[in-house]
Design a protein. Structure first.
Lengths: 501, 504, 118
């Protein structure tokens, strides 16, 4: 019975849990409830992924109103895969939250935290599995409003301005998407993604559709922090509570990348976007600049959370670069990196949060001597950092492997070289922190004997993510199968449309 | 008596890689009991050597040994395949691990080093990576364990924890990681893109029809990507790594790590490009001459170094390029000479490092200029040093003779007279920077009032260390008189096909 | 001339959009920024509402004798969008209040001088 309602369940679980959490207020019960909801949602996501891999896409009409009148949820290998990453990582961050927010968020606001968190999760899940372009905008705003709140919960006052800047940029981005969707609707009279795809293919090179594409691409680019529209991201991730940074860095921008892929491949069709409009060159250029500029920016920062934030922008560059290569392998690389980057960044931010928990600072110099004092935390940081660099047997290596093979398949040797040089910059910014942790003495004025390892409830989720990094770096069958299906399907669907015409 | 006769041949490969890891875990468990810990290390090393011996035996009997661990990517797995070249390297590394452990026990205790458990742990992990490199069945596997080797040796390099050690460690990791990520990974992926396979196959995997300029680029990327081969200008990490405790410098930076580099280059030359095809690649000659230049330049730098370990490090850089040159000469004999040099240089250089460490432990001397007259106090050590030095120079009756001999013949066969000349000049330079050390130690002018020499004034390093360096110097002699088993092994390598005949 | 007259609704939309956008970018006062954001969003609402008009059509209520209706769907959509806009404004303004508490000012240049420059 429940089986057939799985797609709706993925959204409804956190959506229903959110008000309950709000009513219950602050207590351990709330944490348990939220974690339980997250875990359940992850199981649902996993089931959805298995079903789609076995049986193909699931179409679910919300409330029994069939498309194109009703809103349709469409689950295929692509969004089931990203959904699994999002819900899985969110759940782990929820486990981690209990101890982390006890330190970083005012006790009275804990209820708000879990409520906003669940709402953001519901919004992100909604974006992922909706099959309706306008509905996507609504979920986007649900998740965004919740994340602005989350960012502003920190005790450092600078989180407020960061959240405000994020709100302005995020709203502009979302409104751009709204304009784009409106223009598409104007021309085609439908909002269902599959219908849109069919009709857009019919209106070749219409000016309205070109404009719609432009608005949507820019709007989504703000959301995914594509260089140079990334300025909101570093302050938001820096001043948000660590658990929130961990959550946002591994989910919010990833979902935005998904939206970009969905619009380009399912709705507009890669032929139109890349060959007719030449967007691939634009994306490729911006992605390369993002990789270098932001990796460099990461290398010169002193706040570890800012370093990781800039690194996130650079890593988004890798994803967009994969998409811009316009091949199945390139798309696979982008998708795999969405998943893998969620694993590594969440682990890194969790480790940073653990250091903040004990030391109360996230400056690089606060990490000095941490290798001895918090060995498990720093080991986790180091392994996740190696994954960012792309050392073999970590998840990061798998992403890089696919990305470089995609570039080489196209004979783009220069791009391949640039990708690898970019990862050298990652050695610099990760290396600085690791070196401080293991090779510097404890700074004066810190009572070394008082420092203990982080609490178990922080270490466990952190190490789950670290082990996931290693697991998905060694056994890639799940990721490659899901991603392979997804990207083949994305390219195939456009070909099928062409044949149909 | 075959200890391992009940084990499936393919299983042996797994064991060779896993045994050091198990040993590492056990010795962590025994961390608080130094004697037990060291016994565990020694037992592991001995066990590993017996495994490699059985693998060698199987290789001679043409028993195929192959094992696959896990598919990293569709069509690409972590695969291990035993072939003669890898067996040769594994033999050298696993045998010398026993000796080095013995030596390290004396050295680390004599030097009262901290964190000895971490030291032995990382050492065992590094050896495990080396075994995996030896038996790797494709380029991906080789790359993966090449990186692991870099990472696992990094804590060993920075072991002392001093400012100098940190700086050395940074150079070490910086150069090795960046070259491998920027060049080697690109080369591996380029090969994958061009040929569609990464398996090591006799005769190479690149097709004759392949675009030559592309192959030329790939070759350069391989040569520089394998930074552990220390071809100039990416050689700086090796002298930097000398801040490590001497057993590390001895086994890892004279044998395991650096040989993993040249071994990879040989592997690529023989099993990826194929010796015959290598000649047709335009940049093979360019890299050959860069290798030759490295031989000469680093020998010259070695002469200027007063610090003994630094001098030995530059000597290693130079000797590594012998092997690179041998691989790139692209004749079967030169390749065979290069393979043999892996073994002969290993015993010679490890002896020298053992001696350097022994001097440091016993007399706290690091610089060549302070070693005059040391023969009176440390006669065994200095004799071993002389033997090692002669072997490195390549004079009979020491092991180094054979490999230099085959390298020279290979150069003649390839019609590269300039390489022959380079090898000769390099030998002279070797004499100039190595031989004066034992000569001054034994024949330095003494004060007229000095007593006649007696055993009473001998002050050697701790016994385990002395045993170790005696064994390796005996090895230098033994390999001169009985090189046949190694030669037989090398003759089995496809592409060499028995090019070197019986010697000795 | 007909370009302007025939598409006057779009011209209004474009004007409002640009005006709102300009205010968001240039205003120094955070409340004004929120107002600008509102104008910007409202322009998009207008775009949706005006595009639903079918010339000659009436309100979409079934009345005898009428066959042509305007398209009701954009109106429904924009109801949702208005709700979203109100929520955004609410969150924005509450942030402004908290910034006022924390910094004692809502002028961007004043608190930016104090600390958070990234």
């Amino acid at each position: 019975m429940l089986e057939q309602h799985l797609p709706a369940l993925a959204i409804l679980l956190p959506l229903i849990a959110a008000p309950i959490v709000f009513i219950l207020g602050r207590s351990t019960v709330v944490w348990l409830l939220a974690t339980f909801t997250g875990a359940w949602a992850s199981i649902v996501a996993f089931q959805l992924l298995l079903t789609t891999l076995a049986e193909g896409a699931i179409h679910y009409s919300l409330g029994g109103w069939s498309a194109p009148w009703g809103i349709e949820l469409t689950v295929d290998a692509l969004n089931a895969f990203v959904l699994l990453a999002v819900t899985g990582v969110s759940t782990m961050v929820l486990v981690y939250s209990k101890e982390s927010i006890a330190k970083e968020i005012d006790k009275a606001k804990h209820g708000f935290y879990y409520t906003a968190y669940l709402l953001a999760m519901a919004g992100l899940s909604g974006i992922l599995i909706t099959g309706d372009a306008f509905n996507l905008f609504v979920f986007l705003e649900i998740s965004s409003l919740a994340t602005y709140t989350l960012v502003s919960l920190a005790s450092d006052r600078r989180c407020l301005t960061a959240a405000f800047r994020y709100l302005i940029m995020g709203t502009i981005g979302a409104t751009f998407i709204l304009i784009g969707v409106g223009l598409l609707y104007m021309k085609t009279g439908t909002l269902n993604m599959l219908d849109l795809a069919e009709r857009i293919a019919a209106f070749d090179r219409s000016r309205t559709i070109n404009t719609g594409l432009a608005f949507i691409v820019v709007g989504v680019s703000i959301k995914l922090a594509l260089f140079p529209l990334h300025r909101w991201l570093p302050p938001a991730y820096t001043y948000a509570p660590s658990a929130v940074s961990s959550f946002l860095a591994s989910t919010a921008t990833k979902v935005a990348v998904y939206v970009l892929i969905r619009f380009i491949f399912t709705i507009f069709g890669p032929d139109y976007v890349f060959y007719d409009m030449g967007m691939d060159m634009v994306f490729m250029f911006l992605a390369i600049v993002a990789i270098f500029k932001c990796s460099y920016m990461a290398a010169v920062q002193n706040n570890v959370k800012t370093i990781l934030a800039f690194s996130s922008v650079a890593q988004v560059g890798y994803m967009v670069l994969g998409i811009s290569l316009v091949t199945t392998t390139g798309l696979m690389a982008g998708l795999i990196h969405i998943f893998n980057h969620a694993l590594m960044k969440s682990a890194l931010f969790m480790a940073v949060g653990a250091v903040f928990y004990r030391v109360g600072s996230v400056e690089v110099h606060a990490f000095k001597g941490m290798g001895k004092q918090m060995p498990f935390t720093m080991a986790a940081f180091t392994i996740a950092g190696l994954s960012i660099i792309g050392v073999p047997l970590t998840a990061g290596f798998v992403s890089k492997w696919y990305l470089v093979s995609a570039a080489l398949q196209q004979n783009l040797w220069v791009i391949a070289v640039l990708i690898l040089l970019g990862s050298l910059l990652a050695i610099v910014y990760i290396g600085r922190i690791v070196e401080a942790a293991y090779f510097h003495d404890v700074p004066e004025g810190r009572d070394a004997s008082k420092l203990k390892e982080a609490p178990l409830l922080m270490l466990i989720p952190m190490w789950v993510m670290v082990l996931a990094n290693l697991y998905f770096g060694i056994d890639t069958s799940l990721t490659t199968e899901a991603v392979g299906h997804a990207s083949e399907w994305l390219f195939q669907s456009t070909e099928l449309l062409e044949v149909a015409q | 008596m075959n200890l391992w006769q009940f084990v499936e041949p393919s299983m042996l490969v797994n064991l060779a890689i896993v045994v050091p890891v198990i040993g590492a875990l056990l010795l962590i468990a025994a961390g608080n009991y130094p004697n037990l810990r060291e016994s565990v290390t020694l037992a592991t090393a001995a066990l590993l050597f017996t495994i490699v011996l059985v693998i060698t035996d199987n290789t001679f009997n043409a028993v195929a040994m192959e094992t696959t661990w896990v598919a990293l990517f569709p069509g690409l797995s972590l695969t291990f395949v035993v072939e003669p070249l890898g067996v040769l390297f594994a033999l050298v590394a696993s045998f010398l691990w026993i000796i080095t452990t013995l030596y390290a026990i004396g050295y680390m205790r004599g030097h009262k080093e901290d964190n000895q458990t971490r030291f032995f742990f990382c050492f065992a992990i590094a050896i495990s990576s080396v075994m995996a490199i030896c038996f790797s069945g494709n380029l991906l596997t080789l790359f993966v364990f090449y990186e692991l080797l870099t990472l696992s040796t990094y804590p060993l390099v920075t072991h002392a924890g001093t400012e100098a050690a940190k700086k050395g460690g940074r150079t070490y990791l910086g150069i090795l990681l960046s070259t491998s990520i920027a060049f080697l990974l690109l080369a591996v992926m380029g090969t994958w893109a061009v040929t569609g396979t990464l398996d090591f196959q006799p005769g190479g995997i690149v097709a004759d029809t392949e675009n030559k300029s592309l192959l030329a680029v790939l070759l350069v990327l391989f040569c520089y990507g394998i930074g552990k081969a220390a071809i100039m200008p990416f050689h700086r990490w090796l002298p930097a790594a000398m801040v490590a405790p001497t057993p590390v410098s001895a086994l890892l930076h004279a044998v395991a790590v650096v040989k993993a580099g040249v071994f990879s280059i040989l592997k690529v030359a023989i099993y990826i490009f194929g010796i015959d095809r290598l000649k047709e690649i335009p940049t093979a000659d360019v890299m050959l001459y860069i290798g030759a230049a490295t031989v000469l330049i680093s020998s010259s730098i070695a002469m200027t170094k007063d610090n003994l370990k630094a001098r030995l490090a530059y000597s290693t850089v130079s000797q590594l390029s012998y092997i690179v040159v041998g691989a790139l000469l692209a004749t079967p004999i030169a390749a065979a000479g290069a393979a043999l040099h892996i073994a002969t240089h290993a015993v010679g250089k490890i002896t020298l490092f053992f001696c350097a460490g022994a001097i440091m432990v016993a007399k706290h001397k690091k610089n060549v200029s302070e070693m005059a007259g040391l023969g009176r106090v440390m006669p065994i050590t200095m004799t071993a040093f002389a033997i090692g030095a002669i072997s490195i120079i390549g004079l009979p009756p020491m092991a180094g003779t054979w490999s230099k001999w085959f390298l020279t013949i290979g150069a003649l066969e390839a019609d590269k007279l300039i390489i022959v000349v380079t090898l000769m000049i390099s030998s002279l330079l070797n004499i100039a920077y190595l031989l004066p050390i034992p000569i001054k130690a034994f024949f330095a002018k003494q004060a007229p009032s000095a007593e006649p020499w007696s055993w009473a004034e001998v002050q050697e390093a701790p016994l385990p260390s002395v045993i170790a360096l005696t064994v390796t110097s005996a090895g230098c002699l033994a390999l001169f008189f009985f090189p046949q088993p190694l030669v037989d092994l090398i003759n089995l390598i496809p592409g060499i096909n028995g090019a070197i005949n019986g010697v000795g | 001339m007909s370009v302007i007259v025939d598409y006057y609704n779009y011209w209004i939309v474009v004007f409002l959009m640009m005006a709102g956008f300009y205010v968001v970018i240039s205003a120094n006062n955070l409340v004004k920024k929120v107002v600008g954001l509102n104008i910007f969003q409202t322009s998009v609402f207008m775009l949706y509402i005006s595009m639903g008009k079918v010339s000659g059509g009436t309100a979409p209520i079934i009345i005898e004798g009428v066959t042509q209706y305007s398209n009701p769907l954009p109106h429904v959509l924009i109801l949702t969008a208005i709700v979203v806009g109100v929520a955004t404004t609410a969150v924005g303004l509450s942030l402004v209040i908290r910034i006022k508490h924390a910094y004692g000012t809502v002028e961007e240049n004043e608190f930016q001088n104090e600390d958070d420059a990234i």
